[in-house]
Design a protein around this ligand. Sequence first.
Ligand code: SIN
Ligand code: FE2
Length: 234
Amino acid sequence: MNLLAPPKKSEKTQVQYTLGLFDDLPGAPGGVRAIGGQAFVLEGFALPYIAALLPLLDSIKRRAQIRHMVTPGGFTMSVGLTNCGSLGWVSDRQGYRYSAVDPLSGEPWPALPPLMLELAREAAQKAGFEHFDPDACLINHYAPGARMSLHQDRDEKQLGEPIVSVSLGLPATFLFGGFERSDRTQRVPLVHGDVVVWGGADRLRFHGVLPIKPAEHSLLGPWRINCTFRKAGH
Ligand code: SIN
Ligand code: FE2
């Protein structure tokens, strides 16, 4: 699907139909913006979870510290990261992959806390993906200036499962592209509490994050934290 072209009739119908499902959800904290046929921004969806979520993230970071990984090409990532769940995403000169152990400690990654699992499941369900059962949560830390270049998430074994991406702290511009790196991208503004879910026909879209603008967030100070939930293993 080319996002620059007006949606084909079938795509438009699908978006409208899916959005129609959300209209009668009582107490939904925010709106839903479609950024693809099977890709949505759930505005403020994580807000009710934040008070419980932040201490969980602190405890994960104490056990599996934030580190700056090196890409296969030899660049050090500007984003600092850690993981929780039975699998964690890692990168080094040998490539990108999922690992059951934290290479810094040699220990398993901290478990995925039930509250985080629930947040990911509920968000996936709201976007039309039932029974999402993530086993990996990548926790990215962006200081001002940090960015994520355009990439596809394709290290997971089950590409039928969606991606659920929770934004906390400083605002960001998320880039949501097509199936080639050179395809035009949409600029998607994301703020604290927003959740992006993409899967199905949109699962392999290129995406990235523009450099974070310097600012202070009332809860997280000069940081953006992004938790990305995936089903990585079998
Ligand atoms: C990612 O693609 O891993 C991160 C996306 C984000 O930080 O919003
Ligand atoms: Fe990604």
